[in-house]
Structures are given as C-alpha cells and as structure tokens.
Design a protein around this ligand. Structure first.
Ligand code: MTE
Length: 321
C-alpha cells in the first residue's frame, strides 16, 4: 500500500494530538462521551459550511465502539476507493479538491407516503449526531477501524414513510462530470451514477448508518462528503459515497459492482470468510491499524457484527452472496 505522508497542518492530524484524544475516549467504553472539540480536529476544510463543522465537532455521544486500534487518519484519508476520482488508491485524495459538495440536497422518493427533496441542513437539523467506531472490510481484503459521526439510516428513512410495497432501498451517488474526473473517463467500466441497494429490513437495522463526519470532523471529500452510507457488516463497496438520491422500491435494485461482474459481486455482499471471491480468499484481511502498521488477521462472518445474523436466518449465504 502506498502511504503518502504530508506533514503540514492542513493535511495530517498530528499523531500526538490524535492519540491524546483517543486516550481520553478510551476506557470509558461504549456509550462514552466523546471529547468534542478536543484535539483530533485538524484540517481547515475550506468549503465545509460552518453549521456542519460545528454540528459534527460538537458531537458528544458515542453509541458504538470497539477495543481495536483506530486506523490512522492519514491512512483513512489517503488510501481510498472512489472511482469517481480514478481507480488509484491515492486518486480520491489527490483530486478531491476538484469537487465542491456544498450546498447539498437529497431526493427521497418511490414507494413512500412523504417523498421530497431535503437539504442536508434540514435533514440534520432535528437529529442528534452520534459517533460510531466501526470496522470497514473492503472486498479486496484490507480493513480499517474508523470513527464515523452521523445518524442511524433507519431513523432518516422512517421520516419519508415507506409504504407496504417498499421492499428494497436504492441509493445513488451524484453525477458531477466536471468535478469528478473518473466520470469523464471514456474507458470507465462503471455506468454512472454509482448505485447501491439494501433490502428494507437491512436498511432499517440499527447498525446501518449515514455518516457526515469522520475523526470528529466533517467528512473529507475522498471519504464521501457530504454524506455517505456505512453498512459495517457488508463489504465496503455497499457503503456508497456522496449520496444524492434514495428510492424505496418493490424489486431488488441494480448495484454497480454486481452490474460490472455478477459472478464476483453479489447483491448482498455480506462479509463472509467461508465464501472466497473467485480470484482470492476472503478468510483473512490486511488490517491497516494504528501507526500505519499492517497485520494479517482472520475475517469474521458479518465482519463480526453478529447482531445482524437474524436478517439472514432462512437464507443460504453461499447462494445469496
Ligand atoms: N462509493 C462511490 N460512489 N464510488 C466508489 O467507488 N467505493 C466503495 C465504497 N463507496 C465507492 C463508493 C468501496 S469499494 C469501498 S471499500 C469504500 O467506499 C471505501 O471507503 P473509504 O474510501 O472511505 O475507505
């Protein structure tokens, strides 16, 4: 993995500051208070509106945690998959400045009683944000441990009142060809926009999350600003970035990686060490941990989030991969 270390205060959280914040938070365990406003904040992100910066920075409630060491912020922000900016791991970081996500609106429609277009500010205004530390397991067999700030997906979806025909939820990333150079690439194998989907009960599961922040700050562009999905028990590609459209639908919606290669990437894509990818094993993963250290560790079913097992009680996970 290529690590780019840029040692200016605009790009990298000083490790000492980051650790001190983590040490404050650790020990208190789950449901701890985060040390809002304390030192793991860093880069002045020029375009982030003040209200969002403040809202994310003042989040004090941590609802979900883990004992595992957090991935360093510079790795989380400089080793990304975001094909809208290119296929290289450092392309999203290099070209993120070309995209301005503000102001932002999300359109919610389909099988629901209260469809509408809502600004990010209105969407978040009545919501208390929370911090959740989740493992992220990419289908490519690397993983990170990341502190997200945001809101439970189900709580947002309920506001739009899905009706009885709503069986799935379809998600879409923005198209902005002038600002996302990967979308202009004539040889791209992705038919833009990037699309994803969940079954309605998966989307309503309390672990499904919408992130607007990471490491106590508004989400960096390369990680999906201003708002992205985080589904921690599924391979990372289900966690769609720069979310601009949500639709409740009756039929299983198309998803980008399944469209590109249905044999390799299923609709469900639950993390599963027993089902190898056709070209590599999924039994272990490369954990990109603290201090840039990489270690090989076993992969767990549902990425260790056993609480979702009931969603798949009657399903053969080999067939519905
Ligand atoms: N969302 C969009 N719109 N485009 C993408 O290319 N890549 C996915 C997912 N969401 C992707 C996306 C993949 S493959 C992964 S592993 C995660 O984002 C990576 O998230 P991260 O870069 O924040 O670690």
């Amino acid at each position: 993995m290529a690590r780019i270390i840029i040692d200016t205060e605009n790009h990298v959280t000083p490790q000492s500051a980051f650790l001190s914040r983590r040490q404050i938070i650790q020990g208190a365990g789950a449901l701890a208070l985060t040390s809002a406003g304390a030192s793991y904040s860093m880069a002045a992100q020029g375009k982030v509106p003040g209200w969002l910066d403040k809202k994310v920075g003042s989040t004090v409630y941590r609802s979900y945690s883990t004992d595992e060491a957090l991935t360093d912020p510079q790795d989380a922000k400089q080793y990304n998959n975001y094909y809208e900016f290119g296929t290289g791991k450092d392309d999203p970081y290099k070209f993120a400045h070309e995209f301005n996500p503000y102001p932002w609106e999300i359109e919610v429609g389909g099988e629901c009683d209260k469809p509408g277009v809502i600004s990010l500010e209105d969407l978040l205004s009545s919501q208390m944000l929370e911090e959740r530390i989740y493992r992220l397991r990419c289908v490519e067999a690397w993983s990170m441990v990341l502190p997200w700030t945001g809101i439970e997906l189900g709580k947002v979806l309920q506001k739009f009142q899905p009706n009885s025909r709503a069986k799935y939820v379809a998600f879409e990333t923005i198209i902005r060809k002038d600002e996302m150079r990967g979308q202009k690439d004539a040889f791209s194998f992705i038919d833009w926009p990037y699309v994803e989907g969940l079954r309605l009960d998966e989307a309503m599961h309390p672990l499904a999350f919408l992130a607007v922040g990471m490491y106590g700050e508004a989400l960096p562009v390369q990680n999906g600003a201003p708002i992205r999905l985080v589904v921690p028990w599924k391979y990372g590609f289900k966690s769609i970035k720069a979310l601009v459209r949500i639709r409740f639908v009756e039929q299983q919606p198309p998803t980008t990686w399944n469209l590109s290669n249905a044999k390799e990437y299923g609709f469900y894509s639950n993390v599963n060490p027993d089902r190898s990818h056709p070209r590599w094993s999924q039994a272990t993963e490369r954990r990109i941990g603290a201090n840039g250290k990489i270690k090989r560790i076993p992969t767990n079913l549902f990425n260790g989030y056993d609480e979702v097992a009931g969603l798949y009680d009657k399903m053969d996970l080999g067939t519905f991969f």
